[in-house]
Design a protein around this ligand. Structure first.
Ligand SMILES: Nc1ncnc2c1ncn2[C@@H]1O[C@H](COP(=O)(O)OP(=O)(O)OP(=O)(O)O)[C@@H](O)[C@H]1O
Length: 307
C-alpha cells in the first residue's frame, strides 16, 4: 500500500556515506517501492544491495529487524546488513543501508521455471524463516512472492523487503490485498502469527494455480472457500490440503507446527515414492525432480534439524 512519502531521487553514480565514509559505485537500480529504492552497488570490490529510504525512521526500523535476525543460525532469514549511513543528494539528507546482494530469483519466477511441485518444499523453508522472525516478536506482514528470493547458490529461500515487518499485536504496517487476511474476510489486520501463515497459504495457492484461472477467479468475491476449492483441485497442493486449510482458518499456533506437519507429508511421500521405485524393475521413474527434490529437502531438513 503506498502513501504520500517524499520521493527518492536517483542515486549518483558514486557516493560516500556521511559518517562511515564507505564509498559506493552504483551499478543499477534493482527496484523501487513504498519505502525506498534499492540499488546494486559495489563497495570495496564486493557487490551490495543498497536501500535508500524516503523516511529515515522507517528504514532504521527495517535495519533493526534485519539485525535482530542475523545472528548465528538465524542468519539465513534475511540479507546481512553491512552498513547504515546517510548520504546527501542535492543538499538533502537520505538514510540508506547496504546489505548482502542475494544472487537469485524471485519466488514466482523460480516456480514458473522449475514447476509447481516445488511449492510445498519452498513453503516449508519459508516457514522456518517465519518461525525465527516470530520468535523475535515480529510479523513479516507483506508476505508475497515478490518479497521472497530463492538464491542460486544454495537454493534457499530468503525474505527481502522488511518494510512491512510489524511488532506482534500492532496493526500490520504494509500489506498487499491479494495476500491480506482482512481482504479475504478471514480476520483482521492485527499482526499475529496466523496473519503470516494465512498469507503463506494464499501464496502457495497463487503459485500453484494456473495463472489464467487465478486471474479469472479474481473477479469473484474474496472468500476462503475459493482458495479451498483451488487447493482441492491442485495436484501439487492436494496432499497438503489439511495444513493449508488450517492456515487459512488460523488454526496454527506457530509456523513451526505447520512446518512439522508439512514436512511429515513430504517424508511420507518421499518414502512412498522410493518404495514404488524399488518395485519398478525398469527403474524408469527415477526423474530429475525426485533426485533434485531430495537434495533440496536435505537442505531443508538440515536447516530444520539444526535449529
Ligand atoms: N538483498 C538483495 N539482494 C538482491 N536483490 C534485492 C535485495 N534487496 C532487494 N532486492 C531487489 O530489489 C527490489 C526492491 O526491493 P524492496 O522490495 O526491498 O524495496 P522496495 O520495493 O523499495 O521496498 P518497499 O516495497 O518496502 O518500499 C526487489 O524486488 C529485489 O528484486
Amino acid at each position: 500500500m503506498s502513501s504520500n512519502k517524499p520521493t527518492i531521487p536517483d542515486l549518483p553514480l558514486q557516493f560516500c556515506g556521511k559518517w562511515n565514509q564507505k564509498s559506493y559505485r552504483v551499478l543499477r537500480e534493482l527496484g523501487r517501492g513504498a519505502n525506498g529504492a534499492v540499488y546494486l552497488a559495489a563497495q570495496g570490490g564486493v557487490r551490495r544491495a543498497v536501500k535508500v529510504g524516503a523516511e529515515g525512521m522507517d528504514l532504521l526500523m527495517e535495519v533493526n529487524v534485519l539485525k535482530s535476525v542475523q545472528q548465528g543460525r538465524d542468519a539465513r532469514v534475511a540479507p546481512l546488513v553491512s552498513d547504515v549511513d546517510d548520504l546527501v543528494i542535492n543538499g538533502k539528507t537520505f538514510t540508506f543501508y547496504a546489505m548482502e546482494y542475494l544472487e537469485g530469483e524471485q519466488l514466482d519466477r523460480y516456480v514458473k521455471r522449475m514447476g509447481t511441485d516445488w511449492v510445498p518444499i519452498l513453503m516449508i523453508q519459508l516457514l522456518a524463516r517465519l518461525e525465527i522472525l516470530h520468535r523475535h516478536g515480529w510479523v513479516f506482514g507483506d508476505l508475497k512472492p515478490e518479497n521472497v528470493m530463492v538464491t542460486h547458490a544454495d537454493k534457499q529461500v530468503r525474505l527481502i523487503d522488511f518494510g512491512g515487518v510489524t511488532k506482534m499485536g500492532n496493526a500490520v504496517r504494509q500489506f498487499t490485498e491479494e495476500y491480506d487476511r482482512a481482504a479475504w474476510q478471514a480476520g483482521d489486520r492485527r499482526a499475529d502469527i496466523a496473519y503470516d501463515l494465512f498469507s503463506l497459504a494464499v501464496m502457495a495457492v497463487r503459485l500453484s494455480a494456473d495463472p489464467e484461472m487465478w486471474k479469472s477467479r479474481r473477479q469473484e468475491p474474496r472468500q476462503t472457500s475459493l482458495l479451498c476449492d483451488i487447493i482441492r483441485n491442485s495436484d501439487s497442493l492436494y496432499p497438503y490440503r489439511v495444513s493449508l486449510v488450517k492456515a487459512l482458518h488460523g488454526k496454527y499456533a506457530s509456523a513451526g507446527e505447520m512446518r512439522s506437519e508439512m514436512l511429515a507429508i513430504v517424508r511420507e511421500r518421499t518414502i512412498g515414492h522410493r518404495g514404488k521405485q524399488a518395485s519398478d524393475s525398469a527403474g524408469k521413474l527415477v526423474g530429475g525432480l525426485f533426485v533434485a527434490s531430495l537434495l533440496l529437502l536435505a537442505g531443508t531438513l538440515y536447516y530444520a534439524w539444526m535449529m
